[in-house]
Write a protein that binds this ligand. Structure first.
Ligand code: GDP
Ligand code: IMO
Ligand code: MG
Length: 420
């Protein structure tokens, strides 16, 4: 039995896709299990950069199957665009991609409503405007359109007619926006059916059959622990569960199928969008991390907020996710800092403060400072050849988090990765 789950341990953009691509070497099937095109997953191979929003990041390995699980919010037009781009690169992905018949579709009104809600709010969330919240809301209201629904023309028509009545009322009367015509929605669904219909299937059956036949599975999460709708910094979260529970729900696998859970940990912390971020550095160091780490959103291009490593955040991420091991990314970005700060605990009004998602905006991080290094790490291939200060940094993190780091990434390419 081998099923590895890759999970973002902080607030997203930890370098999950790079690690999924790396671990895909040993997998037969790569599965995305939640989120949608709010995710921006970057893989760099031989200097060429690919950004995936929906297609699993294992797709560049030619002999691997990829699955879009039931837990996603799937924008059909975005998916077709990604497939077109891959085909232009000469990658025939149609036979290697399966789409769950239970996955919910993002339709144009979801995106307009996402943006309109943000416009209306005083206390903005900073969403990606990809329609994520409205689509998952429809799922919970039991009015969403699922991929499998597109094969029954009559009931689909009835469903979309009802939906448009509801959505257009909301769009026009609440937000003063233009209504959608039936044809516009049905045209998108028809195009999706024509081009991707053959990929739609019961993917949880497929995954269980794969497990039974001894195949190795790799599950790819989007976002990260701090953005989890249940365990993150609500309301400044996404609308799905990037944590371990979401991996099971969003794929249809069960807990006995999982053999390892890898937390992807950036060597510092970033966040994009609003919400508490205790170790954010809004001064020169934060700017330097942003520039050195090229911290600009892969989906929206927004500058990411940057700051120092947060042990409390990681410890709680470990509790919720049960990481069996950690993969540390972007260690190279810390090159050149004389001192590297790590927040080891929080205080509030001068007293020790425990970790609680709801009080993160009022805590003061307490830092320890470690010595930095000047060596460029991009050619480093082993732990032994790291500068001693970088080794000390890794050991300091492991000791304080209380978990083992088993993989280190020192650059965006596959080969900038080594095991400890
Ligand atoms: P994801 O959403 O977690 O998959 O991460 P993103 O792709 O949004 O952002 C991570 C960025 O860091 C991408 O541009 C990656 O190419 C890049 N990256 C990943 N690992 C490393 C690393 O170890 N060093 C450096 N310098 N860049 C990395
Ligand atoms: P990956 O998979 C970082 C953030 C948004 C916003 C909040 C809600 O690339 O790590 P949403 O559009 O989901 O309703 O926005 O969540 N967010 C991400 N931040 N990485 C992501 O994905 C994100 N996906 C959503 O910025 O704060
Ligand atoms: Mg990203």
């Amino acid at each position: 039995m081998s099923c590895t789950v890759i999970i973002g341990s902080q607030w997203g953009d930890e370098g999950k896709a790079k690690m999924v691509d790396y671990f895909s070497r040993d997998a037969d099937v790569v599965v995305r299990y939640q989120g949608g095109a709010n995710a921006g997953h970057t893989v760099v191979v031989n200097g060429k950069k690919y950004i995936f929003h929906l297609v699993p990041s294992g797709i560049l390995h030619e002999n691997k199957m990829c699955v879009i699980g039931n837990g996603l919010a799937l924008d059909p037009l975005q998916l077709l665009e990604e497939l077109d781009k891959l085909e232009l690169e000469g990658l025939d992905v149609k036979k290697r991609l399966l789409i769950s018949d239970s996955v919910h579709l993002i339709l144009p009104y979801h995106k307009v409503l996402d943006e309109a809600m943000e416009e209306l709010r005083d206390n903005k969330l900073g969403t990606t405007h990809r329609g994520i919240g409205p689509c998952y809301a429809d799922k919970c209201l039991r009015i969403g359109v699922r991929a499998g629904d597109i094969f029954d023309a009559d009931s689909l028509k009835e469903r979309v007619e009802f939906l448009l009545k509801l959505k257009n009322l909301q769009l026009e009367r609440v937000f003063g926006k233009k209504p959608f015509a039936m044809k516009e929605i049905m045209d998108i669904i028809s195009l999706f059916k024509e081009r991707a219909g053959k990929m739609i299937t019961n993917t949880s059956d497929y995954l269980h059959a794969s497990v039974k036949s001894g195949k190795k599975l790799l599950l790819e999460g989007a976002q990260g622990y701090g953005l989890d709708i249940d365990h993150g910094t609500y309301p400044f979260v996404t609308s799905s569960n990037p944590t371990i529970g979401g991996a099971l729900l969003g794929s249809g696998l069960n807990s006995f199928n999982v053999s390892s859970v890898v937390g992807i940990v950036k060597a510092y912390v970033t966040r994009v969008g609003e919400g508490p971020f205790p170790t954010e550095d809004t001064g020169n160091d934060g700017d330097r991390l942003r520039v050195n780490g090229k911290e600009f959103g892969s989906t929206t291009g927004r500058p990411r907020r940057c700051g120092w490593f947060d042990i409390e955040l990681l410890k709680h991420s470990c509790l919720i996710n049960g990481f069996t091991t950690l993969a540390l990314t972007k260690l190279d970005v810390l090159t050149g800092f004389k001192k590297i700060k790590v927040a080891v605990r929080y205080e509030h009004n001068g007293k020790d403060a425990g970790y609680s998602q709801s009080s993160l905006d009022s805590v003061e991080p307490v830092y320890e400072e470690l010595n930095g290094w000047d060596e460029n790490l991009s050619k480093v291939k082993t732990y032994d050849t790291l500068p001693s200060q970088a080794k000390d940094y890794i050991r300091f993190l492991e000791k304080n988090i209380g978990a083992k780091i088993s993989t280190v990434s020192v650059g965006p390419e596959r080969e900038n990765t080594f095991l400890l």
